[in-house]
Ligand binder design. Structure first.
Ligand code: ATP
Length: 301
């Protein structure tokens, strides 16, 4: 009888892998209604990743031809650096990350990783080089250990725990009655937004990609969770090429470069202090956020 079940187990595993990949991507990119339109070029080779330098050169893009979203966007993230993108809702921040992950092809310009145009290499190799910590992680109905181990096939329990420690979620997990075997997700234990994000960070630590996309959560977290997450994120982004889609400016004051997007164009760029001194859009956003934070703090008192 066991022999009959084993192939079924295997099928279940394959199904779960595929299903989870789709869930992650759909959740990350809100692609539930769109089909993948991107195909590998015949004979495309895998990306040869060296240090992981990312470059956008004169990128024009629209989801449909009638409505252009990005206009001549150029920036570079030297290997190991962090570039943060800020701007009003709808300015095109998440669109940059979808293009880097090659969910869409651009209409003009070039996007390269270590000098290779991402249209000329296989999609799978591009995606293997990039780790994503999305705003809202969709968990799989399985154990929390499985949800972390999913970051790398064949990860051992010791590796899973080491990743969980670095993501500041280990103590929480061992406090659960079933520890790493606790079932989470829709039919199991519901995790908070901050806990789910740390699971995503642990997964990414296991995947160990040279390039990272962090899509910061917009939802407010309590300050202890917030600082645990910030610590975990700084740990995971250290030495990796990182693109941060930021909503709270206080988290990106140390970024190597900040891009301020306005209606699909880079309106300002520079380091935090330079942008403040400039007294433009960024300085205005900063003042506005400080005021809101003060009000929130007062309301909490
Ligand atoms: P937010 O801070 O609200 O997440 P954002 O700066 O990340 O905003 P994007 O998600 O990049 O903004 O969206 C930029 C523009 O592209 C918006 O006007 C949006 O309506 C449009 N857009 C986003 N996704 C799609 C899509 N799948 N199809 C068509 N238009 C889209």
């Amino acid at each position: 009888l066991m022999q009959l079940f084993r192939p079924l187990d295997m099928l279940g595993w394959v199904y779960r892998e595929i299903k989870q990949g789709l869930i992650d991507m759909e959740a990350m990119f809100g692609l539930l209604d769109t089909e993948a339109e991107i195909a590998d070029r015949p004979g495309a080779l895998p990306l040869a990743v060296n240090a992981g330098e990312v470059r956008f050169d004169g990128v024009d893009f629209g989801y449909d031809p009638e409505r252009q979203i990005l206009h001549g966007v150029s920036f570079a993230i030297p290997a190991g650096n962090t570039v943060a993108v800020v701007g009003e809702s709808g300015a095109g921040k998440s669109t940059l990350s979808r293009i880097l992950y090659r969910f869409y092809d651009i209409q003009a310009g070039r996007v390269t990783i270590d000098g290779q145009d991402i249209r000329t290499v296989t999609q799978a190799s591009v995606r293997a080089a990039i780790g994503i910590v999305p705003q809202d992680t969709v968990l799989f109905n399985d154990t929390i250990g499985y949800n972390i181990g999913y970051g790398r096939a064949g990860a051992t329990q010791a590796e899973i725990e080491a990743a969980a420690r670095r993501a500041q979620i280990h103590d929480f997990i061992v406090s659960l009655p079933q520890g790493y075997d606790t079932v989470v997700g829709e039919r199991g234990l519901k995790l908070s937004g901050g806990e789910k994000q740390r699971v995503a960070i642990a997964r990414t630590i296991l995947k160990d990609p040279p390039i990272l996309i962090l899509d910061e959560a917009t939802s407010a977290l309590d300050s202890r969770t917030e600082s645990a997450i910030q610590d975990a994120l700084s740990d995971v982004s250290a030495r990796r090429t990182t693109l941060v889609i930021a909503h709270r400016l206080s988290t990106i004051v140390d970024a190597d470069e900040i891009l301020v997007m306005d209606k699909g164009r880079i309106a300002e760029r520079g380091r935090h202090e330079d942008l403040l001194a400039k007294g433009g859009l960024y300085a205005e956003m900063w003042t506005r956020q400080q005021d809101t934070e003060d009000e929130t703090a007062e309301a909490a008192e």
